[in-house]
Design a protein around this ligand. Sequence first.
Ligand code: 5AD
Ligand code: SF4
Length: 361
Amino acid sequence: MNASFADMLRKASESPKALSVPELARLLAAEDEGERRALHAAAYAVKVRHVGRRVSVRGLVEAGNVCAKDCLYCGLRRSNAAVARYSLAADEILHVAEVAKARGYASLVIQSGEVESDVHTRFVEDVLRRIAPLDLGVTLSLGEQTEDVFRRWKDAGASRYLLRIETSDPAYYAKLHPAGHDWKRRVACLETLKRLGYQLGTGVMCALPGQTPEMLARDIAFFGEIDADMLGMGPYIPHPDAPLGVAPEAPDDAARLRLGLDLIAVARLHLHDVNIAAATSLQALAPDGRERGLLAGANVLMPNLTDVQWRAGYQLYPGKPNLDESAEDATAALERSVASVGESILWNARGDSPHFRRTMR
Ligand code: 5AD
Ligand code: SF4
């Protein structure tokens, strides 16, 4: 490791947002295992300073795979006729929420494809009102919506929203999405969510064809500019029924995983006190991918609590792990995986983003 790399790590560890975009890009292009070990160790130390060796958990419910979008990388894109579409009934979502609560999850993430309609808005409102007595921290990940819809869902009990920007580069966004997908609207949604007082989550994929370390560095700077409270980032995994495909120089699984871990580490070093999830796609690339995410600076895990009968229907990418794992097994596996890296789970705690708590004071 050369001296300037070590200097950058020191500077970034001392205070948030200390590095320029070229410096962030240099960290993302770590050249050997020595540099990468130092990068991860520095990020881990920053994490421990802010949240300790403790992992916040959220129960994930995949509420439906119907989607109006046609993202070129995603297995659930509306043009993929091979997918059997499903939508959980309100009772089924409520049931998962009750299971989550009984198992010690104090937070729930409700995720689905993007649907914009009055019926859907009212459905989600109804679900949120019925979940409210359980007193869970509720995150929605339901795509782009109007300000009115975001407000209604907040009034009905949601407190956090995840909407990955996918890339902070509008021209690159246009390469990853067909016509009718509007980067500006996505940014406007993030700004609206922030203004409405949601804890704001965003993120990007890495290892995409044509993506460079400079682009990922700008993405990380963007997370700071939009004042994100939470991040979800993971490697792109090519889907056979999605047209984005792979470039000739495509990285192998090991390289995708490496980049996913480095991205977490550099984001932690740049933003310090945000919640960072170890994405499931890390686990799809290696059995211990999640644990390695924790050691690179992530502090949130989101085990899937959706009934196993629906799991195969929600495949953004192939090789999704835990297709037949029950909620009970997921919880036990989680305990083991977190203990294996010397950390412990914060059961019965909402695990709000420290960044949000600090900036909202
Ligand atoms: N590989 C990895 N992640 C994907 N996503 C969508 N398709 C893929 C894929 N093929 C991610 C997107 C989206 C999130 C829900 O899943 O970033 O925002
Ligand atoms: Fe729909 Fe999300 Fe897949 Fe895009 S990434 S097609 S919005 S489910």
